[in-house]
Design a protein around this ligand. Structure first.
Ligand code: SF4
Ligand code: FES
Length: 248
């Protein structure tokens, strides 16, 4: 396959940035999108040009590092697939593909396709802990959890913090991410002591970081590679309202 890529190039946070066109030839349909970028970068390096900066780590869909906007879609055209798990067979010979970084005010572009997602870490720090005793592993069933709650908590915990929900949201809202983090602890007995303060603190930190509000448009859940459901945002709102009522 021969592909034309139009890639966002930006030297640093102060640079205005621009799209730049590259030809990539002999692309195997079995390459991942990131492997295709690796090939392009190798050619750029050999010809003395600055390779394109992009993030990746696990390349297995579990670390959340590899977010790119591909043809206007967070993580590209396939549902529930991270950029690192997207294969070139999803495109056709001769395609022109636009590649851009996440665009949201709290996600500052550091270089080219790399953005600073430290705001997510600070949201987790604001409320993502429990005071339940830790130490050696407790006996199985020491704290019984109904299967339905354990399954729902696990589903929420599959959020990899990639930020696609923010990138897809017209409001730049982080509500789906916050809802996933609040829910996976809020459904378990160990998460109950801080349930109220966690919801309030994480939402407050998201506001502080500059993420927008949720108007239930649903682009977040459509873009989420882990299928986090939008009803978790309603659950988050209930926890916040409960926390405010509790506080009086
Ligand atoms: S909710 Fe989905 S899209 Fe948002 S950070 Fe988590 S995994 Fe990524
Ligand atoms: S590189 Fe880890 S999820 Fe894509």
């Amino acid at each position: 396959m021969n592909i034309t890529l139009r890639v966002w190039r930006q030297r640093n946070s102060d640079d205005t940035g621009q799209m730049q066109t590259y030809q990539v030839t002999d692309v195997s349909p079995d390459m991942s999108f990131l492997e295709m970028l690796d090939v392009l970068n190798e050619n750029l390096t050999i010809s003395g040009e600055d390779p394109i900066a992009f993030d990746s780590d696990c390349r297995e869909g579990i670390c959340g590092m590899c977010g790119l906007v591909i043809n206007g879609l967070a993580h590209g055209p396939k549902e529930r697939v991270t950029t690192c798990q997207l294969h070139m067979r999803s495109f056709s010979d001769g395609d022109v593909i636009d590649v851009e970084p996440w665009r949201a005010e709290p996600f500052t572009v550091i270089k080219d396709l790399i953005v600073d997602r430290g705001a997510f870490d600070r949201i987790i720090q604001a409320g993502g802990f429990i005071t339940a005793p830790t130490g050696t592993a407790p006996d199985a069933h020491a704290a019984p959890v109904p299967k339905v709650d354990a399954d729902a908590a696990f589903d929420a915990a599959t959020c990899i913090g990639c930020g696609a929900c923010v990138a897809a949201c017209p409001n730049g809202s982080a509500s789906l991410f916050v809802a996933a983090k609040v829910t996976h602890l809020g459904l378990l007995p160990q998460g109950q002591p801080e349930r109220h303060s966690r919801a309030l603190d994480m939402v407050a930190q998201a506001d502080l970081e500059g993420f927008g509000g949720c108007t239930q448009i649903g682009e977040c859940t459509a873009a989420c590679p882990k299928g986090i459901q939008i009803d978790l945002i309603s659950r988050l709102n209930r926890d916040v309202l409960g926390a405010l009522a509790h506080r009086g």
